[in-house]
Unconditional design. Sequence first.
Length: 271
Amino acid sequence: MVRETIVSARGCEVAATGPTEVGISTFVSEACGANGFSTGTARFKPGAYLPYHTHAFSEAITVVEGCARVLIEGRAYQLNPQDCVHIPVGVAHRVENATAESELAAHWAFATARPSRELVERSFAVDERGLGLPQPGDPENLIRYQADATYELSKNAFFLDLFARRYGSVGICGGVGRFQPGASLPCHIHDFDESITIVTGRAVCLVQGRRYELSGCDTAFIPKGLPHRFLNLSEQDMSMIWVYAGSEPDRRIVDAGYCSGEIVWTGLDPA
């Protein structure tokens, strides 16, 4: 039986991209049993970049820290923390660290369990969009984080969907969540695999009575159908990037005893 996997960002193997000084970490993929999606981070040294490339699947890029310049067939956008851009299949794009003073960290999500990219040897005329948004007819979708646009999924737990079928992604959806001290989500299950990366603060994750503490981009892989919940038991805010291997968010609440381990999960909730 496939169980959850906890990936420590500090102990995660990093694949360097050579002279561009970009380190790519893979958190969730087929290596841990994931189906239909993969997640990880890319860290860019000042001035570093990933050259133009394409994917044969949807990709979502969410800035964790720093400032990114993302060029999509020449359309250049500035992305700040928690801004997210979705790039459809076959659309050429390039990602740069927009500053010369600090590193850029970006979270990536692919609609495949086998991460890959194909380099593109083509130049594009640059159209500086800055902090703007895509225009009608542009294939990309960009969501800029606004605190007042979030919804309260559970008491003092505020969420914002960043990519989903309604925003053009295929096979994946995701967003950010911010938990105030003491906030938590109820015990729940999904009909698809999930990846949760803790980007600030400290989180407690309960999965069928097993308890994990995560921070600093530690990532939990929760296979579909496993009861789980996240809690912020600290005195500071905690935030996460969550990704589902499904096109729209969905969850089913189950008895809290399944997460604490007081009730044995058999795969069917009698309630």
